[in-house]
Design a binder for this molecule. Structure first.
Ligand code: J2J
Length: 550
């Protein structure tokens, strides 16, 4: 419910062309275990699980979820750091017919309450304490603000009596007594969802307005998404994939990511810190062959190896995506790691474009690749909707849903009547047939590949006492790609500085990465000839302030 489905004739065609295989994601661990049983499937800083163990834990977790009162068809907000528990819980949810809502560890009350309310979530699952944040307490505060009963599930040992522990299910070999006590040992009567049902809910990278939208992905479409990407990336049993960006991101999760590596019989290494030292140690220890980075993180890695060749690592493939990637980063990665680089221009809404592993160097450096599936339809259109060489990218296809989850009226803005998704990205067709991303029409800030909706920040800023109007703009930055700048108009007699803005928003439970980094007080919001806020002018004010400061 709340999901816009592909028309029946289109769905039949996707099945007929072999894109959709009616494969339930929750059934995959058993299939994988039958093929790769004793081989290691996932490993993190603390533990590792073989394919057989992962399959058993998936079953037990599904049973545990259902026995703690959740039902087939429910949604569950999943906020775990990159870890074996993340993978087990993700698969356990899918096995139980519960759609995990992929929250990021950086989210706080503001974002979590939005997710819980929009999805009517029956539970929030967290790790407990991590990196100075008490996620369990946070989850309880959020659950209390929910309109329905929302349980708090903890992957470790809970600190609060009201939480439900998932530990017995997530343990590698539970004792018989424990199985007895928890009822995880008896074969549960697990539901069997349909392949067109929701398998998971991803967060939109940011649309033209308001709070982030959710994208419902089905078993059929998402399985094709990671299978096709795994094929294009040459993943097989020798693949060792490092998940270093948050695993709840579409890129890390399914492009081909964690799920693509597991489907290919590879090994997934999860690290919870993106710091180069932690990642390099994991690459070395586990002989990692492939990973996915955003350009700013790739640059941090390059700064950290500082010109020395690190090809001893044996990294064969580094994917870069999520934001525009400077050519110097592509060549830097090739030089420093002796690896193949793949540019990925993707979106949680579906469409994935990438360069191919055997593309000539100039294509890999200078374009963001082409669609991954022959079933992807793309159009580039000008402001009047006419075909153009440069313009907005529109798309339909076998893994691009036809609307946001509970998108309401927003869907008619983001999707055409005949089901094309308006990406909000301005692209140019390269003579080679690849796409080059040149800009965007959507109003967001892309900071380290994390998308921040300008409208969301503006609405929040207007809650600050004394603020009459606010505009949020991207300020270009060499380290993060973009930073969040805020221009405000104050009511007469009020003053405001950046610290006050950040303190206020932190008090509202806004995630840290969404806090403005620059502030400019304006006498009035400058307007374009069409009467819209002139965001370029505001950005120029912020840039001018910055050049005075530095
Ligand atoms: C320029 N802009 C890009 C790129 C995404 C793989 C890779 C990335 C995402 C992702 C993803 C870009 N160059 N190479 O889901 O599976 C911007 C575009 C796009 C938006 C989507 C994946 N790659 N972008 O970034 O849903 O503006 O997904 O529409 O977070 O990021 O953001 P998101």
């Amino acid at each position: 419910m709340g999901q816009v489905f592909w028309p029946n004739s289109v769905a039949a065609e996707y099945e007929c062309r072999g894109y959709w295989r009616r494969q339930l994601l929750g059934d995959l661990p058993k299939k994988w275990a039958a093929r790769h049983g004793d081989r290691v499937a996932v490993v993190d800083d603390h533990r590792s699980l073989t394919y057989a163990e992962l399959a058993a834990i998936t079953e037990r977790t599904a049973a545990r979820l259902l026995r703690s009162g959740l039902r087939d068809g429910d949604n569950l907000v999943l906020q775990l750091p990159n870890s074996c528990e993340f993978v087990a819980l993700l698969l356990g949810c899918m096995r139980a017919g519960i759609a995990p809502v992929m929250a990021l560890p950086q989210y706080r009350e503001h974002e979590l309450v939005h997710l819980v309310r929009t999805t009517d979530a029956a539970a929030i699952a967290v790790a407990g304490q991590d990196r100075g944040c008490d996620y369990e307490q946070l989850a309880h505060r959020v659950a209390e603000m929910s309109d329905r009963r929302c349980r708090v599930l903890v992957a470790g040992e809970p600190g609060l009596p009201a939480s439900v522990s998932l530990r017995p299910a997530l343990e590698r070999r539970p004792t018989a007594a424990r199985e007895e006590a928890d009822g995880t040992g008896t074969p549960p009567d697990l539901p069997s969802p349909l392949p067109d049902d929701l398998a998971l809910l991803l967060l939109s990278g940011g649309t033209t307005s308001g709070a982030p939208k959710l994208i419902g992905r089905t078993h059929n479409d998402y399985e094709y998404n990671f299978r096709r990407m795994a094929e294009l990336c040459g993943f097989d049993e020798r693949t060792v994939y490092l998940a270093v960006l948050p695993a709840g991101h579409n890129f890390t999760l399914g492009c081909p990511g964690v799920l693509g590596a597991l489907s290919a019989g590879g090994k997934v290494v999860l690290v919870s810190s993106p710091a180069p030292e932690a990642a390099f140690a994991a690459i070395d220890r586990h002989a990692v062959t492939a990973t996915a980075l955003v350009p700013s993180l790739a640059q941090r890695w390059l700064d950290s190896v500082a010109g020395t060749r690190s090809d001893a690592f044996g990294l064969a493939l580094v994917q870069v995506g999520g934001a525009r990637c400077p050519e110097s980063v592509v060549t830097g990665l090739q030089g420093a790691f002796g690896c193949t680089v793949q540019q990925v221009f993707g979106m949680a809404e579906g469409l994935l474009n990438c360069t191919r592993l055997d593309d000539p160097a100039r294509i890999v450096r200078g374009t963001q690749g082409r669609p991954i599936s022959p079933g992807d339809e793309i159009r580039v259109v000008d402001a009047e909707g006419r075909p153009a060489e440069r313009g907005e990218l529109l798309t339909r296809g076998p893994y691009t849903p036809r609307g946001y989850f509970r998108g309401g009226t927003h869907n008619s803005r983001s999707f055409t009547a005949d089901g094309w998704y308006r990406t909000g990205d301005i692209v140019r067709r390269h003579p080679s047939g690849n796409l080059v991303v040149e800009g965007r029409t959507k109003d967001l800030i892309n900071r380290n590949g994390e998308k921040i909706s300008a409208a969301e920040v503006e609405d929040l800023a207007c809650l600050i006492p004394g603020v009459r109007a606010a505009v949020a703009v991207p300020v270009p930055d060499p380290a993060t790609g973009e930073r969040l700048g805020l221009g405000v108009v104050l009511r007469h007699g009020n003053g405001l500085d950046l610290d006050q803005v950040r303190t206020f928003l932190t008090g509202k439970g806004v995630a840290r990465f969404k806090l403005p980094e620059y502030l400019h007080v304006l006498p009035e919001i400058p307007l374009t000839p069409l009467g819209k806020p002139d965001k370029k002018k505001v950005r120029d004010f912020l840039l001018a302030d910055r050049s005075v400061e530095t």
